[in-house]
Design a protein around this ligand. Structure first.
Ligand SMILES: O=P(O)(O)OC[C@H]1O[C@H](OP(=O)(O)OP(=O)(O)O)[C@H](O)[C@@H]1O
Ligand SMILES: O=c1[nH]c(=O)c2nc[nH]c2[nH]1
Ligand SMILES: [Mg+2]
Length: 160
């Protein structure tokens, strides 16, 4: 269980996804992007736009129910991407690496990129932008909303 949170705004996500696109420019060209749904969908859309790539495939692995981990299941395979050679594989983050190991086994030839990476799974990723400590839970903008917090002196939550 995470004991810290790292909140990512839409602006920050867009900036970080574009930073990843810059890093990927000289790794391509790619014939298509495979998004690991659902978290990889928005990062993949931003990166595909920046790399001028129009072909998007998806792979879906269900691993988590909120913050608890269950038994991973591939519920949608990446049919158009062969063994991944020439394709860019995108997810929002790697944490334990469970999802990454499953998808890499399906697409061993793909270049695997994530925006955020925690240390346990960093070696599984070919390109990433920001490392976040293992005990930090990343809060993405699609999972959160803006709300009132009390002042720090009255028990307000300290940001990560
Ligand atoms: O390295 P791991 O420990 O496998 O964790 C990383 C995965 O967990 C999250 O997806 P999740 O399974 O929550 O599904 P979602 O993308 O549909 O939200 C995240 O988007 C990664 O795909
Ligand atoms: O929103 C999320 N934030 C995380 O830090 C994380 N780790 C695994 N799955 C995750 N989902
Ligand atoms: Mg995911």
């Amino acid at each position: 269980m995470a004991n810290r949170y790292f909140t990512v705004s839409w602006d920050q996500l867009h900036r970080d996804a574009r930073a990843l696109a810059w890093r990927l420019l000289d790794k391509g060209p790619f014939q298509g992007v495979v998004a690991i749904t659902r978290g990889g969908l928005i990062p993949a859309a931003i990166i595909a736009r920046e790399l001028d790539c129009r072909v998007i495939e998806t792979v879906s692995v269900v691993t988590y129910d909120e913050e608890s981990m269950g038994k991973p299941q591939v519920v949608k395979a990446p049919v158009a991407a062969g063994d991944g050679t020439g394709w860019l594989l995108i997810d929002d983050l790697v944490d334990t690496g469970t999802t990454a190991k499953i998808v890499r086994a399906l697409l061993p030839g793909a270049h695997f990129a994530t925006i955020y990476a925690k240390p346990a799974a960093k070696p599984l990723v070919d390109s990433f932008v920001t490392e976040v400590s293992q005990d930090t839970w990343i809060l993405f903008p699609w999972d959160t909303e803006v709300q009132f917090v009390p002042p720090i002196a009255k028990g307000g939550v300290t940001p990560a």
